[in-house]
Ligand binder design. Structure first.
Ligand code: UDP
Ligand code: MG
Length: 316
């Protein structure tokens, strides 16, 4: 199979028929063998019955239906697990991404050797309250991830070589950083393609302003994981050692001052009046805490956590 299109959706019933017939038109015009995997993320608006109805006449349609709303990342993750195509293309369900981009994206993966091609909504049809913070956010993501050539990390329209989606785990809200996940998994040829963008035709956006706060927190987590995820002691041990060193020096200072004060008739030194005494106390306690955190981190790193365990109501 040439292409799997993975479409995460949450209450997008009105858009689905238009989206599918558009995808189908493009696929048939180019002679691709394909499947469209709709991942219903707990919709309550009848999206599932729309998909089922379309599936009766179209065997290319597959459905994964979550029992409740888990988020876009889990939806993509399950779609990735199920995808069979050599190239996997993700696309939002709201008709903001254009299926007409599929042939170019497919070519960039199969002929130009890209592992991942991310869409770039160079001209956006979204409110300023969204586009402005997004610029800032992308600048940070570029810096932290070291992927300098991407302008639009979170574009819903992306294409992947099959191995890429099979070797990354998208959980939490990490869909914003899939290029970074791919890079950390060892896929280096990451490209970008300017894509058409439309204003949302039906329905409303499913993300509020908290997306930016959460986005930054996740970026911090990812950075930490890629640096120290498998070796937490390297950072906590370092911080702990530094604290112990500071504490040790402070204790020495206290000791020396005390000895001087005992030997000298002119100089009085009270340990509990000394700033060095409190410094040594604080530093030692913090040092110990860093080390304990490091040990616990090491234990957790060695026991893989099951993050992706979603209850799926039905699938075909
Ligand atoms: N989505 C989802 N689960 C969620 C939120 C969103 O599957 O919890 C889907 C949504 O239906 C759409 C895509 O993710 O297909 C992008 O969402 P949206 O268009 O609301 O985001 P925006 O374009 O405003 O960034
Ligand atoms: Mg949208």
């Amino acid at each position: 199979m040439d292409i799997s299109v993975v479409v995460p959706l949450y209450n997008e019933a009105e858009s689905l028929p238009e989206l599918f017939s558009w995808i189908k038109r493009v696929m048939e015009a180019n002679g691709y063998t394909y499947e469209v995997i709709f991942v219903n993320d707990g919709s309550t608006d009848g999206s599932v019955s729309v998909i089922k109805e379309m599936a009766e006449a179209n065997p290319e349609i597959r459905l994964i239906s979550f029992a409740r709303n888990y988020g876009k990342s889990p939806a993509l993750n399950e779609g990735f697990r199920k995808a069979q195509g050599d190239v996997v293309i993700t696309m939002d369900a709201d008709l903001q991404d254009s299926p007409d981009e599929i042939p170019d994206l497919y070519r960039m993966i199969t002929e130009e050797g890209y592992d991942l091609v991310s869409g770039w909504k160079k001209k956006r049809y979204d409110p300023l309250s969204k586009t402005l913070p997004t610029k800032l956010f992308n600048a940070t993501a570029r810096k932290v991830s070291g992927i300098r050539n991407l302008h639009d990390f979170n574009c819903g329209l992306k294409a992947y070589r099959k191995n890429v989606v099979k070797s990354i785990e998208v959980y939490g809200d990490m869909h914003r950083y899939i290029p970074y996940l791919a890079k950390n998994a060892g896929y280096k040829k990451i490209g970008e393609k300017v894509v058409q963008h439309q204003a949302r035709k039906y329905g409303v956006t499913k993300f509020g302003l908290d997306r930016f706060v959460n986005g930054y927190l996740d970026l911090g987590t990812l950075w930490f994981q890629s640096k120290f995820g498998l070796k937490p002691m390297h950072i906590f041990g370092l911080l702990g050692s530094a604290m112990f060193a500071i504490g040790f020096i402070a204790v020495l200072v206290v000791l020396i001052l005390k000895i001087v004060s005992i030997c000298s008739p002119f100089y009085e030194f009270y340990v509990t009046n000394s700033v060095y005494f409190y410094l040594s106390l604080a530093a030692m306690v913090m040092g110990l805490q860093f080390f304990l955190t490091g040990f616990i981190g090491e234990l957790i790193a060695r026991n893989s956590v099951e993050r992706n365990n979603y209850s799926i109501a039905e699938e075909f």
